[in-house]
Design a protein around this ligand. Structure first.
Ligand SMILES: NC(=O)c1ccc[n+]([C@@H]2O[C@H](COP(=O)([O-])OP(=O)(O)OC[C@H]3O[C@@H](n4cnc5c(N)ncnc54)[C@H](OP(=O)(O)O)[C@@H]3O)[C@@H](O)[C@H]2O)c1
Length: 333
């Protein structure tokens, strides 16, 4: 028997496990040009929250009663395509199903010996590329500048922190626990860390950690943390709008300080982006990230939860800071 996880209902506010349902399905038959694949690692990502709603976005909404989908690393268990063999590992945008058929041309064959397979959903996949292009193309960090990163201990954030360090910048990371901040400081050599849960005055903490002001702000979270960073920016600061996870479950978007006056006063740039804007350059990004990893200049952490049925609960953990680095579900052997 095969299993899939469907969107059962659209959440209002913070999703719960009741918004998902697990269903038993048949193992599909395979046609010419297709592969039968078995999921090994399934990615859970913050952008999936907006896909659970029916609001228009840059990716289509999930359909109620249909399986969720996203980044998956899978193993080929039957091939009806000459370029793929049983046992090959593939990366694709697949459904939350244990076993499914895919068109061979819709997946990428992975080199099983180059890196742990799960890294293709993290540092060598979408989150790593998001860090690489957002920081380099919009943040344009220059050696000696101060780069502040929110969501610093997450899948994207921890890569941003390290690339900024490689560029010779002073890096200040903001994350939600002392344990995460210890990892940022001791392992990733981030210069200063701020725990936004225990710090009473984040604006003052940023001023203290950035005595020369903020040149680049890589924004993964939005909300009050970003308001506090913005009040500390330098002339010609660049604000990289990568994500706003602190607002994803809001029913009404709160009105905060309006950023325009400070943007004018500081001649600052604020730019949003979607990683797919750089899809024609993904090869370059993966090559550079893999090279830095191989040279030991980048390191990576993952939080891997076991068992297909844990997908809904694991996904919800993103909104409670349960993960350090990339959050993934691994199928039981
Ligand atoms: N623009 C793009 O193309 C693109 C691509 C990928 C990701 N993103 C965005 O980038 C951000 C990071 O994504 P990711 O995959 O790396 O996720 P992640 O950081 O690995 O996981 C989410 C983390 O967000 C933090 N968080 C949750 N609720 C929060 C809140 N209310 N306030 C502050 N922090 C909160 C938690 O860490 P703490 O313990 O530190 O709170 C949690 O561990 C997200 O906003 C995502 O939507 C954008």
């Amino acid at each position: 028997m095969n299993r899939q996880i469907n969107l059962k209902s659209r959440p209002k506010g913070l999703p719960t496990e009741s918004n998902f349902e697990i269903a038993e399905t048949k193992i599909p038959s395979v046609n010419d040009g297709e592969l039968l694949v078995k999921a090994k690692f399934i990615s859970v990502d913050p952008y999936m929250r907006s896909r659970m709603s029916d609001a228009k976005s840059y990716v289509p909404s999930f359909e109620v009663g249909k399986p969720m989908d996203g980044g998956v690393v899978a193993e080929v268990i039957e091939s009806r395509h000459p370029d793929f063999m049983v046992g090959d590992a593939v990366l694709g945008h697949l459904q939350w199903q244990e076993i499914q058929t895919v068109k061979a041309e819709s997946v990428t064959k992975l080199n099983k010996s180059a890196a742990p397979l799960s890294y293709y959903l993290g540092i060598l996949g979408m989150p790593g590329l998001t860090a690489y292009f957002g920081l380099n193309e919009i943040g344009k960090p220059i050696a000696g500048e101060t780069v502040v990163v929110s969501g610093a201990a997450g899948a994207v954030g921890m890569v941003v922190c390290q690339i900024a360090r490689l560029k010779g910048c002073r890096v200040v990371g903001i994350a939600g626990s002392d344990e995460k901040n210890g990892y940022l400081r001791d392992v990733l050599k981030v210069d200063e860390v701020i725990n936004y849960h225990t710090e009473k005055n984040i604006k003052a903490a940023i001023a203290r950690s950035c005595p020369g002001g903020v040149d680049v702000y890589y924004d993964n979270v939005g909300g009050e943390i970003s308001d506090a960073v913005l009040s500390n920016i330098n002339k010609y600061a660049r604000i990289v709008l990568c994500g706003q996870i602190s607002t994803y479950n809001d029913i009404e978007i709160p009105v905060g300080p309006r950023p325009q006056p400070i943007m004018v006063k500081k001649s600052a740039l604020m730019q949003g982006f979607i990683v797919n804007n750089y899809s024609d350059r993904f090869g370059e990004g993966v090559k550079q990230l893999a090279q830095w990893l191989g040279e030991g200049k980048l390191t990576y952490q993952e939080t891997i939860v076991q068992g297909f049925e844990t997908l809904p609960e694991t996904f919800l953990g993103l909104f409670h800071g349960k993960n350090t680095g990339k959050l993934l579900v691994e199928m039981k052997a």
